[in-house]
Design a binder for this molecule. Structure first.
Ligand SMILES: *Cc1c(COP(=O)(O)O)cnc(C)c1O
Length: 390
């Protein structure tokens, strides 16, 4: 009997080690990893620069708490501020914690309570972030939820027009709904979100936990849209596998958090900061991000050419290397077969296959992915092919 709470439905794969875009299992089988720890290992597994940075920091100091100054926190914060519309950063340890900080700051700053979020959104599993999440199945059994969260239909301009309430602290959203099915916002919708914030006095919070840190080919995904968020939250890819989260806020909000307003024992831990610094120095670079966009274009083009004639496939969508393949039937058995054929992908809702390859995935690896998908999907009952060697 397992000694773990059964909170996860685990796939039939036991990880021994991982390097670059590959995971090696207990039987030394190699799997092409287009999951990246759920958009976490954006530089692949065991990136040499991040590894070196953490190793160096391990020898210096692991933890001293936030009772003392830590120059590394300032350095990472400067990198985040430089690459976003924000001016100050609060560090924490996860996406949910970053969103918690955002919700607390929005309420404290505005003195208002209501937070507007969207159906099919995902913002985390803590009480506030679960309450912010617009999915019945995530709430089930945990009520009563935190009050004052309202869920509007995503990409629906009319429902924003109807918002006349002036007790709204913030509108909070993902610009590509990740867990909700890899659904990108439309330009029109984002413009309306920005206008609605201005009209009602609500702050704009963009949850970039999954979309941020180069995933879409920009430092943060909101930069594809005509908006300037008051608060941005980040986590997943920020430490390339080292747990770390951040809330980035605009100048006007800084004074609303004072000593004692909020905090975290581990937040901004030196090891996490060393990982984040090395990760950001590599990813927040125009040339690196240009290559991400090129690879993303190539991957989507190849998927469309090779798979689109299949009646199973309804739509291929996404931004950058956050790609959803919507199918006409549940994808769980397809994902199982892809894994048997040595390609790891994940779902986003019941009918969408989600691809989240490392941002530095090679063209050859993209071609291997396409070959496995093609062979698996195009046969009428899918088929187990001979593993492709990487
Ligand atoms: C994963 C995710 C979260 C939660 O992050 P955790 O680190 O698991 O707490 C929040 N928002 C979005 C958009 C996510 O994808």
């Amino acid at each position: 009997m397992s000694s773990l709470f059964p909170t996860y439905q685990r796939f039939d794969l036991t990880v021994k080690e991982a390097k670059g875009s590959w995971i090696i299992d207990e039987h030394d089988e190699r799997y092409l990893d287009f999951v990246s720890g759920i958009a976490v290992c954006n530089l692949g597994h065991g990136d040499e620069d991040v590894l070196h940075a953490v190793q160096t920091q391990l020898e210096k100091v692991w933890h001293t708490s936030n009772l003392y100054h830590l120059p590394l926190q300032e350095e990472v914060a400067k990198l985040l501020v430089k690459n976003s519309d924000g001016d100050a950063v609060f560090f924490c340890n996860s996406g949910a914690e970053a969103n918690e900080a955002a919700i607390k700051l929005a309420r404290k700053h505005t003195g208002k309570s209501k937070i507007i979020t969207f159906k099919q959104s995902f913002h985390g599993r803590t009480f506030a972030t679960m309450s912010a999440t617009g999915q019945e199945k995530i709430h089930s059994g945990f009520g009563p939820l935190l009050p004052s969260f309202d869920y509007l239909p995503y990409n629906d301009v009319n429902s924003l027009d109807k918002l006349v309430d002036h007790d709204i602290a913030a509108i909070m959203l993902e610009v590509v709904q990740g867990e909700g099915g890899v659904l990108p916002a439309s330009q029109e919708f984002m413009q309306k979100v920005e206008e609605t914030c201005q009209r009602t006095g609500a702050l704009l919070i963009i949850d970039e936990v999954q979309t941020g840190i180069g995933r879409t080919g920009k430092p943060f995904a909101y930069q594809h849209f005509p908006v300037s968020p008051d608060i941005i939250t980040s986590a997943k890819g920020l430490g390339n596998g080292f747990p770390v989260g951040a809330m980035i806020g605009k100048k006007s909000l800084i004074e609303s958090f004072q000593p004692g307003s909020h905090g975290s024992t581990f937040g901004g831990n030196p090891l996490a900061m060393s990982a984040a610094k090395a990760t950001l120095e590599k990813i927040m670079n125009e040339k690196f991000l240009e290559v991400v966009e090129k690879k993303a274009t190539y991957l989507v083009e190849q998927l469309k050419t090779e798979l689109n004639q299949n009646s199973l496939i309804k739509e291929i969508r996404g931004i950058g290397l956050m790609i959803g393949i919507e199918c006409s039937e549940p994808v769980a058995p397809i994902i199982d077969l892809l894994r048997k054929n040595k390609l790891l992908v994940l779902s986003a809702g019941p009918n969408v296959i989600r691809l989240l390859p490392p941002l530095n995935v090679s063209i050859e690896e993209i071609e291997q992915c396409i070959a496995i998908m093609k062979q698996t999907l195009l046969s009428s009952e899918y088929s187990v092919v001979a593993p492709i060697q990487g």
